[in-house]
Design a protein around this ligand. Structure first.
Ligand SMILES: Nc1ncnc2c1ncn2[C@@H]1O[C@H](COP(=O)(O)OP(=O)(O)OP(=O)(O)O)[C@@H](O)[C@H]1O
Length: 544
């Protein structure tokens, strides 16, 4: 409905053009009928230049149809563009967790739902155009013989009833098939994501195929077949009913109502003509319910993506960073996992002073990454308070809070361009590249690195360079050393971290490298979601 409201002027224009087209069509029918009547009654043709009239009506119909079609093509592309752009905006402004949770819904929104909506906006104009033609035809038919028109309307009611009944059945089957298609899509993604492993051991692919995909494909094909047969039956029944009606007109109704032959021929000609537009209207109308479902799905997706991040986007990043404190912060994952209570961290207290290097260690699964996600504002804390420079943070997922951090996650993504980096001094980047020992591999051309086709460890080094170039006060490093060779790992802990500190960065790094624990100021340990200060090293110790 929003789509119709927002484009009401365009729809009115399309409808006006449709009336012109329908008018042209009706003129053609009127001329043919008049000429037919003259032939059938041996009456002389009225003294009108029918060739000229016919050409004019044809031109009117052609120009109207051409304009409607051309405008609809433009309009649908506009709608498609706008819907995709809106979804993209939704994604870009979404909070992290809802986005991760709704990834599959986003894919189907971008493809299936957008497609349904665009299709039905075309159908809307088609339905209106054809409906106008049907109404004008009916008026014309009433003028020829209202009795025969009543018979036609009765037949129409009957066929619409059959159509409506089985369309509902057909669409229910289509919806069921869609669920199996979704299941197929999910496992197709699994195959594409894990293709390296599958190439090594093809049995894995075959097992996924046999266990999940063949069944989904079979079920989807069977349901689609059933639905399509239902629709086909509908059309055949509708066509048969109309042909039967024409037979009845010719053989019975004409005589029963004492309709003259020429009137009967004119009427039959109109019935034959109006059948197409009626079929179009009846076939297209059910598509609106699909579009309505898609619109509802988009609205609910929008709601879910905006749910936790609404109104938190601002542009005022703190100018200086002195201190960050978390007090009694608690977070618990949603939903049960294998019947277990969901994992939680906290309630924890943590403080971070500017210019310090803080390590976080702990066993696998103890909560380090969860804590980092909380710290940088990706996860919303259930309880607790954040303070920056002793000022309470109203929303730890606000842009200004998140702008404190430049992270290199353990599952980092290296963009092909340093997008949020501005005014970079070339010699500074060259220096960084040299320090990270990548000078033989890449160079920086002002906005992007010449290549990102590097080894995992090298890509991670580039990701850290990008993070440094962002000039955010706090660098977050999740197991940076894990992908580095022993030589560079040593350099990272003993040289690069100290360099970063001198450059003014504050560093929070998750690490398992116990050899290098002493390269930090503070080391915290995680254990089953609880954090404790393990040791104070270096400058922090001397100050303490
Ligand atoms: N999306 C999730 N939903 C529910 N529970 C989760 C989710 N992700 C992680 N967990 C739970 O949180 C616990 C802590 O995970 P986290 O990634 O924080 O551990 P970690 O200390 O960083 O481990 P590692 O050293 O292996 O990276 C895990 O044991 C897991 O049970």
């Amino acid at each position: 409905m929003d789509l119709i409201k927002a484009n009401i002027r365009k729809y009115i224009y399309f409808v006006a053009l449709s009336i012109v087209t329908a008018g042209g069509n009706m003129c053609i029918i009127y001329i043919i009928n008049n000429v037919l009547k003259s032939y059938l009654t041996d009456a002389p043709l009225p003294s009108v230049n029918y060739m000229l009239l016919f050409a004019a009506a044809l031109s009117l119909s052609f120009v109207g149809r051409w304009l409607v079609s051309r405008n609809i093509i433009g309009f649908t592309q506009e709608v498609l563009h706008r819907l995709r752009h809106d979804i993209l905006q939704m994604i870009l402004k979404s909070a992290y967790y809802p986005l991760v949770k709704n990834k599959e819904r986003i894919y189907s929104a971008m493809t299936r739902d957008v497609g349904n909506i665009v299709q039905s906006s075309v159908s809307f104009v088609d339905v209106v155009t054809n409906f106008i033609i049907v109404v004008i035809c009916f008026v014309y038919m009433a003028l020829i013989s209202w009795k025969l028109l009543l018979c036609t309307v009765a037949l129409l009611m009957f066929t619409i009833f059959i159509y409506a009944y089985s369309e509902k059945k057909g669409h229910a089957l289509f919806s069921k098939a869609m669920k199996h298609d979704d299941r197929f899509g999910r496992y197709l993604n699994e195959i594409l994501d894990g293709f390296k492993e599958i190439v090594i051991e093809r049995k894995k692919g075959t097992a996924i195929e046999q266990k999940h995909m063949v069944g989904a494909l079979d079920a989807s094909a069977a349901l689609n077949k059933k639905a399509l047969v239902t629709f086909l039956n509908n059309r055949v029944i509708g066509q048969m009913a109309f042909y039967a009606f024409i037979g009845a007109l010719l053989l019975y109704l004409g005589k029963a109502f004492s309709i003259p032959n020429d009137v009967l021929v004119n009427f039959i000609f109109l019935v034959l003509y109006v059948f197409g537009p009626i079929e179009t209207v009846v076939i297209l109308i059910p598509g609106f319910s699909q579009a309505k479902t898609s619109l509802k799905r988009l609205a609910s997706l929008k709601n879910d993506l905006w749910e936790t991040d609404a109104g938190t986007v601002d542009t005022h990043a703190p100018v200086t960073f002195e201190k960050l404190e978390l007090k009694q912060v608690f977070y618990q994952y949603q939903g049960e996992h294998g019947g277990e209570r969901p994992f939680s961290v906290g309630a924890l207290d943590f403080s971070l002073e500017a210019g310090k290097i803080v390590f976080i260690c702990g066993n696998n699964g103890s909560g380090k990454t969860t804590f980092i996600n909380l710290l940088v504002g990706l996860f919303a804390a259930d309880k607790g308070t954040f303070y920056v420079n002793d000022v309470k943070v109203e929303d730890a997922r606000s842009y200004s809070y998140r702008a404190l951090f430049a992270p290199v996650f353990s599952d980092f993504h290296l963009f092909d361009e340093c997008y949020s980096v501005e005014n970079v001094a070339q010699d500074k980047v060259d220096g960084y590249i040299k320090m990270f020992e990548l000078e033989d591999k890449v160079s920086f051309d002002g906005t992007r690195f010449t290549t990102i086709d590097l080894s995992t460890g090298q890509r991670k080094r580039l990701a850290l360079i990008c993070a440094m170039l962002e000039k955010k006060p706090i660098l977050i490093l999740d197991e940076f050393g894990a992908d580095q060779d022993p030589y560079f790992r040593k350099k990272f802990y003993t040289v690069i971290l100290q360099f970063l500190k001198q450059e003014g960065f504050t560093i929070v790094a998750i690490t398992h490298d116990d050899h290098y624990y002493s390269c930090c100021d503070y080391i915290y340990k995680f254990q089953e979601g609880e954090i404790e200060l393990m040791k104070v090293y270096g400058t922090a110790k001397t100050m303490a």
